[in-house]
Design a protein around this ligand. Sequence first.
Ligand code: COA
Length: 461
Amino acid sequence: MNQLDYFFQPKSVAIIGASRDPKKIGHVIFRNFVEGKFAGEILPINPNAEELFGRKCYPSVLSVNSKIDLAVITVPAPIVPSVLEECGKKKIPAVIIITGGFKEIGNADLEDQVLKILKKHKMHAIGPNCIGIFDPYSGVDTFFLPRYKLERPGKGKIAFISQSGALGSVILDWMAMKGYKISKFISYGNAVDVDEADLMEYLAEDKDTDVICAYFEGVKEGRKFYDITKKISSKKPVIVLKGGTTEEGTTAVASHTGSLAGSAEIYATAFRQAGVIQTENVEQVFDFARVLSTQPIPKGNRVQIITDGGGYGVMTTDWLVKNGLKLAQMSSQNIEKIKKACPPHVVVKNPIDLTGDADTERYKIAIEAAAEDPNVDIIAVIILFQIPTLTPDVVDVVSAISDKKTKPLIVIAGGGRYTEVLKKSLEDFGVPCFSYPEQAVGALRALCQYASQVHSKGAKK
Ligand code: COA
């Protein structure tokens, strides 16, 4: 068993500082465990309370008779060493320290004390100054944000690790609203023990994770991070958003997690050499991750555009070229097939413009032809759902072809509420959807970057 398994699949969890006050962090975490999907034993630890939600409270982990796999610490910083010492004596293998007030406020001595206790008892810890773990598969949820204020996403294949708890929680909420799914979410704060590289190494072996995403401001040990990401990046895509890339941002980092932000150029070079895909913003992380987690690895970078709107087709063409991707040239056989089945005003080039009176059947013919054409590596389907002839069953047709996973297929669909509903159904079927051509093409560029890494290393996804 991997030591980090205790964080994600514990059989029993102790919440140290499970408060009686509904507004306090320890209370919310305890409540979230009780009301959530966690199937193991949940133990509230609080010397000042008799019981919580009808469950007996223990004054210390040492007064619990059964084995404890994971402890979540939510007591103030000065008493963290003493409760941690008790966790050590109880032989608890994994501890999440939510508490803030350590290195990030210049309290390095207290953090050193924590590290010494962890080493002495051979325990592993995530944190301090973090919000911990959300794992929809095991039900572990130490995020102290009430569920009515912050929704949780469903089970998926994208893992996200974040040095910043605030950014992590916002992303989680936003993912839930968008219908994006997650495998594991980890906010690891000051990383006194378990750091970003350890988590990435763990996620590389996690069967529920296909893509690893991360936000951080600085890595703890540069060489370790480089070696680990270089090793895992051809097995699973690693997507990184780095905070603190300007001089001013670097200063802000020091008072946030106390990490060394380092030079943006050095990081960018190291990421490139290690096969890590760097993004510019949060939205791009998910654009890239949605494509990389759902689509097969393309053989090349030749893209066939199929559209019902000329302008969107032109813009997509521009962005493809600007991003170094190529326009596919379909075989004459397939071109003839589409021409034969469509009225004469349909333009069968690249883009294929099915025009403003397109219907589901026209999309089916064109997408199927592109899917079987050896000169096409990737299919970009633009659907402006608003045209009168197009019925919602186009979603079923696109999903069914995409489901065969012969080559990557993405959808670009701009519009309002009606469009958003149909896009959400496509996302549910594993078809990544985008509102704007530049957004979609950025994600395709990342897919091609990863594909060339995989092809050059001869590895398989
Ligand atoms: N073992 C277990 N519980 C204990 C205890 C002990 N040895 N000593 C005290 N407690 C109990 C308290 O009695 C209290 O329960 P009660 O409210 O029922 O009396 C509970 O633990 C919490 O202690 P309290 O002193 O009220 O702390 P708090 O809830 O105000 O603050 C933190 C604790 C951890 C939330 C706070 O110190 C902190 O770090 N806040 C910032 C967290 C944060 O932002 N993290 C990073 C996110 S990115």
